[in-house]
Design a protein around this ligand. Sequence first.
Ligand code: 13P
Length: 251
Amino acid sequence: MLIAGNWKMNTDLPTARQLARAVISSVGKTRNVLVAVCPPLTNIDAVFSELHGSSVQLGAQNMLAGEFGAYTGEVSAPMLRAAGCRYVILGHSERRQYFHETNQIVNQKIQSAVASKLIPIVCVGESLEVREAGKAQDLVTEQLRTALDDVPIHSDVELVIAYEPVWAIGTGRTATPDQAQEMHAAIRAILVDLYGSETGRKVDILYGGSMNPGNAAELLSREDVGGGLIGGASLKAEEFAAIVHAAENAV
Ligand code: 13P
């Protein structure tokens, strides 16, 4: 199980430091649950220092494929690794929507992250229109198979998937536990097909989209829901910690 907080474009230096400290103290020592926070890039360094000595890990929200070079405004996997990141969120629907990231671009980024021993949190998920047309599973399958094309994984801990239905992100509308489990099971089948049952059965598949302390326990109790990618609720340390504690009880 992994509970990861995606702070998106929300903190400045003092609030990021404060939030990191509050997360560490509210989460406390965790049993069987990994915890990570993904601050904006300008706060990575400060949050890394705050997290030192705690069990909370650091992640980034995006990166460019490649190592170094003339790509103004971008950062790469080796840079994020050097800055103390263990995870990087890739293919988030906001990046796909506002920055035109295609499945192919996401694939290149994942390959680059894995080559640098960063663990990608690969986001997939359908829009409301696609769900209502009955095509959600087809779209997620396409997103995942293209994203993971030629991505060599040797163990389950090198990869995390996040199912984030676009209609549930920041809307207060969550997928039902049945909807989540149904999609997670489809994702699980693809992972087993790609990586074999030993590895594919153990990769964490997070749910994301308006997860909060009120709905986390039920979602996390489902067989293939292996954690959460938390947006809004990750900005409030107590709410984030309550989700972590729900995950501990679900393990
Ligand atoms: P919310 O939890 O705010 O719906 O955001 C989910 C998300 O996009 C996490 O990456």
